[in-house]
Write a protein that binds this ligand. Structure first.
Ligand code: PMP
Length: 465
């Protein structure tokens, strides 16, 4: 135990954090050395840290606080539900009003055909439920050989034991004995670095061909499903061309494999419409959501499934048997009440519409950054975007990892009062809340410009350009 007697409040918090709190997706020893940054409060797009510093959050927490911080009506919805009934199980036929209303609301706003909703605690659990239920579906419907899963390089589908294998990022595999033998990847569409070039038709054709080739290699009779994010988030905000999602969906139909859209980041207005699938009229067989569902005010995710998948499992379950998937906190009533209020704010509170209105300020600000010597690519859809930094704009060569450019940028950004995400390979990710105003975008890009300039002025970086 740590004696906190002689330390200031912040210092004692930092010491306790080092000693006891294990952080997600972190270098544990590195974290002990550096220590934490303690955030204390938030309002709108702004955060305040434990030292009183005001920060503009250009990443919506972890691309989840889509409505922004400090909405009292969400707090009240949670408090009301906690007072009335803080918990109700969904086991043994029990249910709760917020869970029922939320399932119905999600079916109403989701792409057509997704009529059944399983409510989870977050995105990883929704993906894990999708995998388990797809296995159950093929066993139930008499095609037990269909057990191979395909996803995309640089894809992210959470960190459950199954989802981390669908995730195709080395950090999530290293030391975890992943991927599993039934998990396979095809190339990312990655327009900026696609060997087929940047042209939309070529990018789409290369992805469809890769999927066909992988399914043929494995045998269509063995392939269960294809998982994709409409825009790859944690892999570096990779924005495929318009039409890509629809083409992949159609290919899955032709190949007789289930199409799973992982909208954990792209859902709830992040890319403009309520779901990214809506922009292309795509109806997936299954869809996972989380993050913006509650805007981070309470933990919750959901798996939506089509009648075909639901009925396949339901009709294949012997009478008297159960589908053995569930958790104590499935369909938690407090999280459901929060989600209902958050969705009301998107719709009736005008937050979705605001996000659509201000997206052009985001896009033009990112595009203007292309003039900066460090920036090779600027890409976005709606309020999800990235800058990719290169040491040579012609060859698109990445910076030497030894330069620690992402850390330099995140640290300089923080000093300038701006929070964004710096990915390991020199990609800066942005996901501002949908409540941003045009003047907040001005502040964001002014701080970002200053940050890039300062880092470029560091002698080691200057030498590398
Ligand atoms: N899928 C995608 C596309 C995600 O981006 C994430 C989280 N970043 C997840 C799944 C996992 O969600 P969670 O962190 O809520 O478990």
């Amino acid at each position: 135990m740590i004696s906190t007697a002689e330390l200031s409040l912040n210092e004692s918090m930092l010491a306790l954090d080092r000693a006891h709190l294990v952080h997600p997706v972190a270098n544990w020893r590195g974290h002990e050395q550096r220590g934490a940054t303690v955030l204390q409060s938030g309002r709108g797009a702004w955060l305040r840290d434990a030292e009183g510093r005001e920060l503009l959050d250009a990443f919506a927490g972890l691309w989840c606080v889509n409505i922004g911080y400090g909405h009292d009506s969400v707090v009240e919805a949670a408090a009301r539900q906690m007072r009335k009934l803080p918990y109700a199980t969904g086991y043994f036929g029990f249910s709760s009003e917020p869970a029922i209303e939320l399932a119905a609301k999600l079916v109403e706003i989701a792409p057509a055909g997704l009529d059944h909703v399983y409510l989870t605690l977050g995105g990883s659990e929704a993906v894990d439920a999708a995998v388990r239920l797809i296995v159950q579906y093929y066993n139930s419907t008499g095609r037990p050989r269909k057990k191979q899963f395909i996803s995309i390089e640089r894809g992210y589908h959470g960190s459950s034991s199954t989802g981390a294998g669908l995730t195709a990022l080395p950090a999530f595999h290293r030391g975890f004995d992943l991927p599993r033998p039934e998990q396979h990847y095809i190339a990312s569409p990655y327009p900026y670095r696609n060997p087929a070039g940047r042209d939309a038709k070529a990018v789409i054709a290369s992805s469809v061909a890769a999927l066909r080739a992988k399914v043929n290699e494995l045998g269509a009779e063995n392939v269960a499903a294809y998982f994709c994010e409409p825009i790859q988030g944690s892999g570096g905000v990779i924005v495929p061309p318009v039409g890509w999602l629809k083409a992949m969906r159609e290919a899955c139909r032709e190949l007789d494999i289930l199409f799973v859209a992982d909208e954990v980041i792209t859902g709830f207005g992040r890319t403009g419409p309520m779901f990214a699938c809506d922009a292309e009229g795509v109806s997936p067989d299954l869809m996972t959501v989380a993050k913006g569902l509650t805007s981070g005010y309470a933990p919750m995710g959901a798996l939506l499934m089509s009648e075909r998948v639901y009925a396949g499992i339901a009709d294949g379950t012997p009478s008297g048997a159960v589908v053995g998937h569930g958790a104590t906190y499935s369909a938690h009533p407090v999280s459901a009440a929060v989600a209902l209020e958050v969705i009301r704010l998107y719709e009736e509170g005008g937050i979705l519409a605001n996000g659509q209105r201000v997206a052009r300020h985001f896009e033009s600000g990112l595009q203007a950054m292309l003039r900066h010597p460090l920036v090779g690519d600027a890409r976005s859809r709606g309020l999800l975007g990235a800058l990719e930094l290169v040491s040579d704009k012609v060859t698109k060569e990445r910076f030497d990892p030894a330069l620690d450019l992402p850390d330099r940028l995140a640290a300089a950004g923080y000093r300038n009062g701006l929070i964004f995400r710096a990915f390991g390979d020199g990609i800066l990710g942005f996901a501002p809340a949908l409540c941003y105003t045009p003047s907040e975008f001005e502040a964001m890009f002014e701080r970002l410009q200053r940050t890039l300039d300062e880092v470029l002025d560091q002698p080691e970086v200057r030498r590398a350009v």
